[in-house]
Structures are given as C-alpha cells and as structure tokens.
Design a protein around this ligand. Structure first.
Ligand code: UD1
Length: 329
C-alpha cells in the first residue's frame, strides 16, 4: 500500500513552505493546496502542489480521496491585521467560512489529525504577562477573531467526531531557512524584522519605531520573536503527538521572553554592519506594549525543544534572504 499523505493548505506561503520542507526532509508524503495569492510555487520544495482554494469543497474532497490523506495542516489564511479591520468580511469569509468548509470535507473523509495555524492575536491586549493558554481570549481585531472562531469549531467538532486537533498560537514569527532556500517574500511587508531587513538592503530608506513612550525599559514595544525553523518543528511535533493518540489542544508557540523594537533594530544594524536609518513616531493603533508567550505547555505536551532561540540567528537568516531577494530584482 502506498504511503498516506498530509494535506498542507497554504503550503506555498512563508510559514507553510518551511513546514513542508521539514515534512519532506522527514520522509512524509505531501500534497500542498495553495491558490498562490500570496504564496510562491517555487517555495514548495517537497510534495505536489495543487493550485486551488481551500474553500473549494469539490477539489478538497477529491484531494483527500486521491492522495489518501491522513492528516491536514491548515495555513491558508489572510494575515494582515489592519486589512482585517477595514475589510472584516474578507477575513471571516476566507479564514472562518473556508475553514468551516474544509473541516466539513475532513469530517466526511474521516480525517483524524488536524493542525491549525492560530495566532497570539486571540489574546488581544492581555492584562497579565506572559499570556498563557489560560489567559482570556479577547481578540481586538477581526483577524484574531476569525482565527479564534476556527479554534472553537475545532473544539466543538472534536467533541463529536474522531478528529483531534492542535491549534498552534504563533507569537512573532521571523527568520528563514538557515540554508537560504526559502524565506519570507511577502510584498508590502509590515512586520518589524522583515521591514528592518528591507531597510538594511536599501529597498526602503528608513524604518519607523511606532511608539517610544511605552512602559517598557527602553520605551518601545516588546515581542516574543520565534524563529520559523522552531515554529515549523512544532508542527512536526504536533503531528507526532496526534498520531500517538494525543487529545485536542491549543498551544502557544513562542520562547517565553522578548526583545524591544530598539533591540531588534540594533541587531539588524549589527548583523548588517551599519546602523539603520530610524525615525521615531507615535504609537501604532492597537499595539500592546508587550506580548510574551507563556511557553511551558508546548514543551510539556509536545516535547518541543527550540533550537534557534537566538535573535542574532533569526536576524542573520532574515537578512541573508532579503539580500538574495534584492540580488534577484
Ligand atoms: C504580529 C502578528 C499578529 C500576532 C502578533 C503576535 C501579523 C501581521 N501580525 O503582530 O497577528 O498577534 O505578531 O505577537 O502577522 N514596529 C515598529 N515599526 C515597524 C513595524 C513594527 O516599530 O515598522 C513595532 C510594532 O509597533 C510592535 C513590534 O514592532 O511593537 C512588532 O510589530 P509587528 O512586527 O508588526 O508584529 P505585531 O504587531 O506584534
């Protein structure tokens, strides 16, 4: 009998493509479903790429059957927070309704394992730090709400079916494949490390610090930056956990400590050999002063042990990728 497959929706995107690479290296059989709206065909280094939508039930049913799919890892989603505020139905449509359709197909096909890319945005602006899995869920934007709704669908479906799931709540994901084969190519990036690297390679003139008057040691926002390689590994560990009969769960993905915006920008300048051109601006609407993961549960439940908890390593791989992109253009 041929090997059963893993369906990876959104596997041509930044995080999905890193997970596909690690799954491929581990010898898994993979089928990627991606509409290439923000992903890139060349980022899919293993398995087969099918270009299509996650909400297309006829296509999904066919893939689950044709590839004899045993597990689904679901990344396909819109991820731009401000856009979710200006166009909420786009986010509820793709992130919530399409996921509901995907889950219906999984349920019909008897899929047993489902791994979902959730977000720290489900916590909104927590009153206490770090944010543990017990921290109240109170998203402050439709992006976070659209993801939390999927977590609730998974919880409710697993209560009445054979499907078990792991929702991974990502904190601030950054960095790239250390061998430079794949990276973050998103156009019009807004994420701090990506933007800083674009400044370092001359794609932008300057970077703004949004807020220097936060109640933090240097006045700038603090985040828990996690290397995409460690995040990808958490998905493989989640799969192992579900295959071993683990119960449905939702887990934070972060290191449990953070860096300020100034510390990150200093590191990008140091790795690049020249300080960045920095402009200090007022706070950006909706930014919490600090967001750090309570990161014990994932270690306990999945046996996850991060290997790249090092800001310099994160920044070095992100900058190397940005230089590669700059050389191509
Ligand atoms: C990101 C995620 C969000 C998730 C959160 C988890 C996206 C679009 N957002 O948001 O879903 O909940 O991580 O912690 O994936 N900053 C600047 N200048 C810039 C850009 C950012 O000063 O040009 C600052 C921000 O004010 C913030 C920090 O850098 O303090 C990080 O911002 P950013 O990289 O945009 O990520 P988050 O807003 O934390």
């Amino acid at each position: 009998m041929s090997q059963k497959a893993i369906l990876v929706s959104g596997g041509a995107g930044y995080i999905g493509s890193h997970v596909v690479r690690q799954l491929g290296e581990a010898g898994e059989r993979i089928v990627v479903l991606d509409n290439l709206s923000t992903g890139f065909a060349e980022a899919v280094l293993y398995g087969e790429l099918v270009v299509g939508d996650t909400g297309d039930q006829a296509l999904v049913r066919k893939l689950l059957k044709d590839y004899d799919v045993e597990s689904v890892i679901h990344f396909a989603a819109h991820t731009v927070v401000p856009e979710s505020v200006s166009n909420p139905l786009k986010y509820y449509g793709n992130n919530t309704c399409c996921t509901r359709n995907l889950l219906e197909c999984c349920d019909e096909a008897g899929i047993k394992h489902f791994i979902f890319s959730s977000t720290a945005a489900v916590y909104g602006m927590p009153d206490t730090m770090p944010a543990t899995e017990e921290t109240p869920k109170a998203p402050i934007n439709p992006y976070g709400m659209s993801k939390l709704m999927t977590e609730y669908m998974l919880r409710d479906l697993s209560a009445v079916s054979d499907l078990s799931s792991v929702a991974l709540r990502y904190f601030n994901v950054a960095g790239c494949d250390p061998e430079g084969r794949i990276g973050q190519s998103t156009p019009n990036a807004t994420l701090l490390i990506k933007v800083a690297c674009e400044v370092a390679v001359g794609k932008r003139d300057s970077i703004s610090i949004f807020g220097t008057d936060y109640p933090t040691p240097d006045g700038t926002g603090i985040r828990d930056y996690i290397h995409v390689e460690d995040l990808a590994d958490a998905h493989l560990k989640a799969l192992e956990y579900l295959r071993g009969g683990g119960e449905s769960t939702a887990l934070n993905c972060g290191y449990g400590h953070g860096y300020s915006v100034r510390e990150v920008l200093e590191m990008v300048g140091k790795v690049n050999g020249t300080p960045l051109n920095i402009i200090e601006e007022p706070r950006r609407a909706g930014d919490p002063p600090e967001l750090i993961a309570g990161a014990d549960l994932i270690r306990k439940q999945l046996g996850w042990q991060p290997q790249h908890d090092d800001l310099e390593a994160i920044v070095s791989t992100a900058l190397a990728w940005e230089k590669k992109l700059a050389a191509k253009s």
